[in-house]
Design a protein around this ligand. Structure first.
Ligand code: TMP
Length: 206
């Protein structure tokens, strides 16, 4: 498929400040921008999100399949049409979250995750990905102020799980430095915003 728009994804451990930064980035870009999120972004995918975030006792494989199902619907209904209409799509989490959470955190084979990601996305990949990086200890302390929905079951997982997620994101950034940009999210929100815009300008001038 010809992908005409620009697809940018925002990633990071819990409390990295992604959601706020996606909104600020969208405002800075102005027109022709679509903001969405995963899991979610369509009525069906938001219903799957609700199950995903609240289901106690869910297995790692069920998590993976729910995420893939939500993504397939999201790509077909929202992301693909927006890119075909030349929009700039900003997505709060996407395929790299599955590598970090279901792969590095839960130990599901990466080859299987990549295969399911390909199935769900029909090969659509982000042009640019920002990983807002910070030690999980800091993110978990911040999260309660940022998000009232922070009581979801993933936020309550042991610290070592969150370290594995971070390790996953760092591995993705090492493997694909052209697409995935690490941003120091220990900085204040204005500095993070400026760093994101600077990386975006670099991308545009490539
Ligand atoms: P959020 O905190 O960005 O709203 O994301 C909701 C949770 O979903 C977060 O704890 C990470 C998790 N998640 C996965 O485990 N795998 C995925 O592929 C995605 C997109 C999210």
């Amino acid at each position: 498929m010809a992908q005409h728009g620009i697809f940018i994804t925002f990633e990071g451990v819990e409390g990295a400040g992604k959601t706020v930064q996606v909104q600020r980035f969208a405002t800075a870009l102005g027109a022709n921008v679509l903001v969405t999120r995963e899991p979610g972004g369509t009525p069906i995918s938001e219903r799957i999100r609700e199950v995903f975030l609240t289901a106690e006792g869910i297995t790692a494989k069920t998590e993976l399949l729910l995420i893939a199902a939500a993504r397939a619907q999201h790509v077909a209904e929202v992301i693909r049409p927006a890119l075909e209409a030349n929009q700039i799509v900003l997505c709060d989490r996407f395929i790299d979250a599955t590598v970090a959470y279901q792969g590095y955190r839960s130990g599901i084979e990466l080859a299987l995750i990549n295969q399911l990601n390909r199935l769900a996305t029909c090969g659509i990949t982000p042009n640019l990905t920002f990983v807002l990086d910070l030690p999980p200890e800091i993110g978990l302390q911040r999260k309660p102020q940022q998000d009232k929905a922070c009581s979801d079951r993933l936020h309550r997982e042991p610290l070592e799980f969150h370290h594995k997620v971070r390790e996953g994101y760092l591995a993705v950034a090492r493997a694909e430095p052209h697409r995935v940009k690490l941003i120091d999210a220990t900085q204040d929100a204005d500095a993070v915003h400026a760093a994101l815009l600077a990386e975006y300008q670099k991308y545009l001038s490539r």
